[in-house]
Design a protein. Structure first.
Length: 237
């Protein structure tokens, strides 16, 4: 049997997303598929771009710097009309913000007030606005990163005061498990926090997105309201 190609994988993922949209009465255009490129090189990234996907995600700055440079070169030489958008999805240290912002202005992994403040002040120096998601720990288990649900709502209020960041929404990660009920519970909790922030008197232009769903659980995430899926292995393996 011939090896599956990235194009085949994307086609299958789209079918699954469409099925999940059908089940939950949603429309495919409400959902952004972010191709997570952390394990791959420029050749695979070019294949994804050629298939029409330009929202790309990375979890570590060194690999992001490397592939973002190569991707920019490729685009400039081959399809200068295309615009690629890099999403930072992994844990971010404050001392990396200065290097990150020129490459990526969409950060899904903001998990403290100090990090948000650093992004705001650095964005101010660059004269840009960064879009951030608050990473909430909704799984009810000990996770390495992520804010407690109640604190997430409070932090959203504090971020509203920062002129150079815009609260894009809430991000969460489910536990890596086959237990569908447990995964669903995590996503429902994230959705509740998202709605609670939206109902807390913030500007209606902010907190519009819900970033959840990876290879193992993206159809459940769609059913529970995800607007941004972060998928790696299902595309590249
Ligand atoms: C790696 C990663 C993903 C993608 O994971 P897959 O299981 O390969 O789809 C999504 N989100 C974050 C934060 C990641 O680090």
């Amino acid at each position: 049997m011939a090896a599956r190609t990235i194009k085949d994988n994307l086609k299958r993922i789209e079918e699954n997303i469409n099925t999940a949209c059908g089940k939950s009465g949603r429309s495919r255009d409400e959902i952004t598929l972010i191709a997570v490129t952390k394990t791959v090189g420029i050749q695979e990234i070019i294949e994804v771009i050629a298939a029409g996907y330009t929202e790309l995600g990375e979890n570590r700055l060194p690999h992001l710097e490397e592939v973002a440079t190569l991707t920019a070169e490729y685009i400039e030489n081959n399809q200068p009309e295309t615009k690629v958008n890099w999403h930072m999805i992994g844990h971010l240290q404050r001392n990396k913000v200065r290097k990150l912002l020129p490459i990526s202005q969409t950060i899904h992994s903001v998990d403290s007030l100090r990090l948000a403040a650093e992004i705001n002040s650095t964005a101010q120096k660059y004269n840009i606005t960064a879009e951030i998601f608050l990473q909430a720990n909704c799984s009810g288990e000990q996770q390495k990163y992520g804010i407690e649900p109640a604190e997430t709502v409070e932090l959203a209020g504090q971020i509203g005061e920062m002129p150079n960041i815009k609260l894009a929404g809430v991000m969460t990660m489910a536990a890596f498990t086959d237990n569908e009920a447990q995964i669903r519970k995590t996503f429902i909790r994230a959705r509740e926090i998202f709605e609670q922030i939206r109902g807390s008197g913030i500007s209606p232009e902010t907190c519009k997105y819900l970033s959840m769903g990876m290879t193992n659980d993206y159809t459940i995430a769609v059913e529970e309201g995800a607007t941004h899926l972060r998928i790696g292995s299902a595309i590249f393996n």
